[in-house]
Design a protein around this ligand. Structure first.
Ligand SMILES: Cc1cc2nc3c(=O)[nH]c(=O)nc-3n(C[C@H](O)[C@H](O)[C@H](O)COP(=O)(O)O)c2cc1C
Length: 213
């Protein structure tokens, strides 16, 4: 039994009902065949297998204006992003490495979390966050993974112990999105599980704290 499962068991013994956490994946590219999106979906499958409800914000859902704090109007995609992240108990981020760092598309989406700055749970506060980065080589993938984890830190989230860097110059996913590399598949699913387990503890704590109707 992991530490987190023990935490869940302690909460259950003290009368808190087992809650179903929501894990939200955010990232990828606008392209239909995005390997980063495929990686996020495999990680989400791990989270779902560990009992989480899952949602993904990827592809066209990332297409929103450049974030500018002085502009207060929000497109439907930007409003959906913030509303979904507010409901999230756990998050999984995914970015391709573009010129040695996070893609502008993914970073722009993350900048919209500024709308959560004054929430009771600001930004990613109290939420476990997994991260996956892809690149056409190890250097870009690893540099981008480290950059993503730095953003999670700035947004007050809890980086999971496991992060996943993927070199997509090797064959990793098939056309349907299945991961054909057994080691990467296992790592992505394990990271999804880690997020789901920590997210469950958060969901149960919120439930225990909620006023009785
Ligand atoms: C504009 C652009 C810049 C890129 N820069 C890098 C880079 O600096 N290092 C790297 O390893 N790969 C780089 N790549 C390759 C992508 O990171 C890699 O192909 C990634 O897996 C693409 O993700 P996707 O399949 O989700 O689109 C770049 C690709 C593009 C389109």
């Amino acid at each position: 039994m992991s530490d987190l499962e023990q935490g869940v068991a302690v909460l259950e013994r003290s009368g808190v009902a087992r809650a179903r956490p929501l894990v939200v994946a955010l990232g990828g590219t606008l392209s239909a065949g995005s390997s980063t999106e495929k990686a996020l979906r495999v990680a989400l499958a791990g989270a779902a297998a560990a009992g989480a409800d899952v949602e993904i914000i990827s592809g066209a859902a990332l297409d929103m204006p450049l974030y500018a704090w002085e502009r207060k109007e929000r497109t439907p995609a930007a409003a959906h992003l913030v509303a979904t992240l507010r409901r999230a108990d756990g998050v999984i981020l995914g970015s391709p490495g573009y010129h040695g760092g996070i893609s502008g598309l993914v970073k722009n989406a993350l900048d919209y979390t500024e709308d959560m700055a004054r929430d009771d749970w600001p930004y990613f506060h109290g939420r476990p966050v997994g991260a996956v980065a892809t690149g056409a080589g190890w250097q870009g993938a690893v540099a981008t993974l480290i950059a993503l984890r730095g953003v999670v830190h700035a947004l007050r989230g809890w980086n999971t112990p496991l992060g996943v860097a993927i070199n997509t110059s090797e064959r990793v996913f098939d056309a349907e999105g299945a991961c054909v590399d057994a080691k990467i598949d296992a790592m992505l699913q394990a990271m999804g599980r880690e997020v789901a387990q920590a997210a469950r503890v958060r969901a149960m704590m919120l439930q225990a704290d909620a006023p009785t109707p």
